[in-house]
Design a protein. Structure first.
Length: 86
C-alpha cells in the first residue's frame, strides 16, 4: 500500500458517524487537492470494515461509487442519519 493510500484511509477512518466528506475534501486533507479521482480509486479497493468509505461522496452531493453497491451505500448513509445525498 502506498503512503498516499494510507493517508487517505486514515482521513476516511476519522469521518464521524452521520457526517460525510467529498472526494475533493479528502484529497485536500491529504495534501493533494487535485487527486480526488485517485481518492475514489483508492477507496474502490477498500474492503476493510474499519474504513467507512461510504461516508465519502461527490462534490455535487450525490453518492458516487461504492464497491459494495449504490443501494448499500445509500442504506448505510440513511442508517447513520446522513441527509439524503442524491
Amino acid at each position: 500500500m502506498t503512503l498516499f493510500a494510507q493517508t487517505i484511509y486514515n482521513i476516511v477512518r476519522r469521518i464521524p458517524k452521520g457526517q460525510t466528506m467529498t472526494y475533493k475534501e479528502v484529497a485536500r486533507a491529504a495534501g493533494r487537492p487535485k487527486a480526488y479521482r485517485a481518492v475514489g480509486n483508492i477507496l474502490n479497493k477498500n474492503y476493510d470494515p474499519n474504513i467507512l468509505c461510504h461516508r465519502v461522496i461527490r462534490s455535487d452531493g450525490s453518492m458516487g461509487g461504492y464497491n459494495r453497491g449504490a443501494s448499500t451505500k445509500a442504506k448505510r448513509l440513511k442508517e447513520e442519519k446522513v441527509h439524503n445525498p442524491t
